[in-house]
Design a protein around this ligand. Structure first.
Ligand SMILES: [Ca+2]
Ligand SMILES: [Ca+2]
Length: 250
């Protein structure tokens, strides 16, 4: 091969790598589930242990955020809020002695406490994404956060996948938490959900054993594998380096 030919080949490889890299980056974009800008708040008490609210929220996947509370014990109150004090956060706030759970659901425009398992109509969260990211998590006491993905092909909700994070307590500085799709190992009675055909999503915060848990979450999104684009460009760089070395040998 002449030097000119090698130079032309190298130029083609560079152009191809740039094109592939850009395509990869475009496919590997994060998809926002919610960053809790639209305000919303519900409270449950011992005398009124269940509460529900649905609000139209442009930032929420499917355009609406549904919230539900169940207080299971204690004497004060349990509150779930979005953006309660201008901080654009989801806040699960248990009063002294209170146990219970809160549920935040993204299932499209149903304005109903029941989950519409096909409500999102089959959103693709798996072309370039492989994890959910919960940003800025704070959790003072022990409890759990779980996320369930429902498959849009099953209106019964039986085709689902769930992953849970155990909260050890004492997370007082905002901490990002990743839930890889591979960690969704609890399946519904009809099997696992297809993450490229999502009908609904449910985030549950629970403190059934120790009362008074407070949890804050900054945002929920589906994100690409960390640094997949960086790895690609590193591989492309190696390839170009090899061709350059070959050129310099001749
Ligand atoms: Ca809804
Ligand atoms: Ca609903």
């Amino acid at each position: 091969m002449t030097t000119t030919k090698i130079r032309n080949t190298l130029a083609k490889v560079v152009i191809l790598c740039c094109f592939l890299g850009l395509t990869l980056q475009a496919n590997a974009a994060s998809i926002l589930i919610d960053d809790f800008v639209t305000t919303q708040s519900i409270t449950a008490t011992a005398s009124s242990p269940n509460a529900f609210s649905s609000v139209a929220a442009a930032e929420a996947l499917g355009g609406e955020r549904d919230m539900e509370l169940q207080l299971t014990g204690g004497f004060t109150s349990l509150t779930l809020s979005a953006n309660p004090f201008g901080g654009e956060l989801l806040v699960h706030d248990s009063g002294a002695t209170v146990t219970g759970s809160s549920v935040t659901v993204w299932d499209g425009l149903d304005n109903a406490a029941a989950i519409d398992y096909t409500g999102l109509g089959g959103v693709d969260l798996a072309t370039g994404q492989d994890s959910f990211l919960l940003t800025g998590v704070v959790a003072d006491l022990t409890g759990a956060i779980s996320l369930t993905v429902y498959d849009a092909s099953d209106a019964t909700g039986g085709t689902s996948s769930t992953a849970s994070i155990s909260l050890p307590g004492g997370i007082l500085a905002p901490t990002d938490m990743t839930l890889p799709y591979a960690s969704f190992t609890t399946f519904g009675s009809n099997g696992a959900a297809d993450f490229s055909n999502v009908g609904a999503l449910k985030l549950e915060i629970s403190n059934t054993t120790s009362g008074s848990l407070d949890v804050i979450i900054g945002s929920v999104s589906a994100v690409p594998e960390p640094n997949s684009a960086v790895l690609f460009f590193a591989a492309a760089g190696l390839m170009i380096g090899r061709i350059r070395r070959r050129m310099s040998v001749r």
